[in-house]
Design a protein around this ligand. Structure first.
Ligand SMILES: [Zn+2]
Length: 84
């Protein structure tokens, strides 16, 4: 990156950090848009019915696709092949 690009990149990053920090401190919602991004997928297990599934984690919204329960837990695969 050239000097001007680095400067611009750091300004964008600083602005994003401030927005995230403000949202966390004030309990506000964050909306992410633009660009390509993907939420991490996790192995989840329902504590109510025992159903296993793979999905994204959202503390309040994630629910069991089988019984719609919100009492779930994240489980890590035994042989995790991480690509990142
Ligand atoms: Zn369930």
């Amino acid at each position: 990156m050239r000097g001007k690009d680095v400067y611009f990149f750091h300004r964008v990053l600083a602005s994003a950090r401030q927005k995230v920090a403000q949202a966390l401190v004030n309990g506000e919602a964050l909306k992410v848009s633009g660009g390509n991004y993907k939420l991490a997928q996790h192995n989840l297990k329902c504590r109510s019915c025992g159903h296993h599934w793979e999905g994204t984690i959202h503390r309040r919204r994630t629910q069991c696709p089988s019984c719609c329960g919100k009492n779930w837990q994240r489980i890590e695969p035994i042989n995790a092949n991480r690509e990142d």
